[in-house]
Write a protein that binds this ligand. Structure first.
Ligand code: NAP
Ligand code: HSE
Length: 433
């Protein structure tokens, strides 16, 4: 049999342990498919005394990233995460002639041009199937399966942790903090879970998909993003009463040569395909001008689903298919302005959900309706449950609007907040029908 593909791991936590397990448990199957063994030769971690699920022989462990450059290796799998020390280590590995497989979407979204330039300079390939949507092979879908298309829209549930939290809150009535702790324990969340729940992780992934689909390099700051960290169970209940489910969506679409992009919790009709996506599952809907609507579904986070994508990249390297799959030569070019023309919010329209906590007094509904009317926002439905009627009682009022320009809606919300009659600032989300 041909010489083994010699693999070094940088990091061996949730994902790295999964990679080590698959390489060991499926060694024969992988060697048969690749035509050569895939051999784990080095594992770099911070703390070698931690248990690695029995997946890594002790003699492979090191705390020195330099070993990944100095040992005889063909490829380094970066599953450490972060963009500081790890970015330096990755650049050094590419410089030392190692191919790279990474699950690190933050690294690619923020330093894609630098990393890919280094790879091009040293003739190396980069696989990153695991960086977006975990176990769903969405990178291959775009770079191989949809090459005959001009992609016009991407709509995805791209963060498993947020989806796990939202669906547990919706289906089991659990509270936000408890479900977040559970998602961390299950290995879905980032080392800093703020990135999951504030929409940054989904924005990183959207920026990678937008690069592959539209050829742009959107700076992270140019992607408006809002996460699920402010979600209140009361909004999940009202959405359900109205026939909707809340999901964190990452969306981008091309309109007249400009790109709309955002990450936000959105109310989806309960029967919509993306509303059915529960737990740590992800789903990505892509529209191509030839194939039209397509939908991809699978586990977006977790040890083995993510490792599944990494091992697929390793097999591609072993059989030298990586240049077709990852097009290292073309991705994230430097020195070419690829910043997209972003459609301003003022050009985007949506329906909206808004919830107001109000004193229960005469005229308050008319006041809210009047402000919405001033800003040309038309009301589609209203919910207000009966209150106790006592002089100091408060009521929740929920309004669904007809489609309106986002800018008009924002001005209406600002005015309601400025007038000061609502007990708390207005809660609002877009609605997708
Ligand atoms: P994790 O469980 O926190 O593991 C990180 C590993 O990296 C640990 O083994 C840690 O060492 C090691 N490490 C961190 N910084 C290091 C450094 N400077 N030098 C050497 N070793 C270092 O993280 P994870 O969940 O596996 O995620 C890893 C990467 O995969 C991240 O980029 C993440 O975004 C991405 N990803 C994760 C998932 C998922 O479901 N978890 C899915 C897709 C992509 P110690 O063990 O000694 O602490
Ligand atoms: N923290 C990420 C998520 C891991 O929850 O989706 C997968 O990229």
């Amino acid at each position: 049999m041909a010489q083994a593909l010699r693999i070094g791991l940088l990091g061996c936590g949730t994902v790295g342990t999964g990679v080590a397990r698959i390489l060991s448990e499926k060694a024969q199957q992988l060697a048969r498919i690749a035509g050569r063994p895939l051999e784990l030769c080095r594992v770099v971690v911070r703390d070698p005394s931690k248990s690695r699920d029995g997946a890594v022989p002790q003699h492979l462990l090191s705390t020195d990233p330099g070993t990944l450059c100095n040992d005889p290796l063909d490829v380094v799998v970066e599953v450490a995460g972060g963009t500081g020390a790890v970015r330096d280590a990755v650049l050094k590995c590419l410089g030392a002639g190692r191919d790279l497989v990474t699950a690190n979407k933050a690294l690619l979204a923020e330093y894609g041009p630098e990393i890919f330039e280094k790879a091009r300079k040293h003739g190396r390939a980069i696989g990153f199937e695991a960086a977006v949507a975990g176990g769903i092979p969405i990178i291959r879908v775009i770079t191989e399966g949809m090459v005959a298309n001009r992609i016009t829209a991407i709509q995805g549930i791209l963060n498993g942790t947020s989806n796990y939290i939202l669906s547990k809150m919706t289906d089991e009535g659990l509270n936000y903090a408890d479900v977040l702790a559970e998602a961390q324990k299950l290995g879905y969340a980032e080392a800093d879970p703020t990135l999951d729940v504030d929409g940054t992780d989904a924005a990183h992934k959207l920026s990678i998909l937008a690069h592959l689909a539209f050829g742009v390099q959107p700076p992270l700051e140019s992607i408006p993003r809002r996460g699920i960290d402010g979600i209140d169970a009361v909004d999940i209940r009202f959405a359900s009463e109205l026939g909707y489910t809340i999901r964190l969506l990452a969306e981008s679409w091309n309109r007249e040569g400009k790109l709309a992009m955002h990450v936000s919790p959105v109310l989806l009709r309960k029967q919509a395909p993306l509303a059915q996506v529960r737990g740590a599952y992800n789903a990505v809907a892509l529209v191509g001008d030839a194939v039209e609507d397509t939908l991809y579904y699978g586990k977006g986070a977790g040890m083995l689903p993510t490792a599944s994508s990494i091992v697929a990249d390793l097999v591609d390297l072993a059989v030298s298919r990586e240049r077709m799959v990852h097009r290292t030569g073309l991705l994230w070019p430097v020195g070419v302005s690829k910043e997209p023309a972003i459609l301003p919010d003022t050009d985007l329209k949506s329906r909206f959900y808004l919830r107001l906590l109000l004193p229960d007094r005469p005229g308050i509904m008319a006041e809210v309706a009047g402000i919405l009317a001033t800003h040309r926002i038309s009301i589609a439905s209203v919910i207000q449950h009966e209150s106790t009627g006592s002089p100091d009682s408060r009521v929740q009022m929920v309004i669904m609007t007809h489609e309106a320009p986002t800018s008009d809606f924002r001005m209406a919300v600002e005015e309601i907040n400025r007038r000061g009659f609502a007990v708390l600032p207005v809660t609002h989300y877009p609605v997708a029908d």
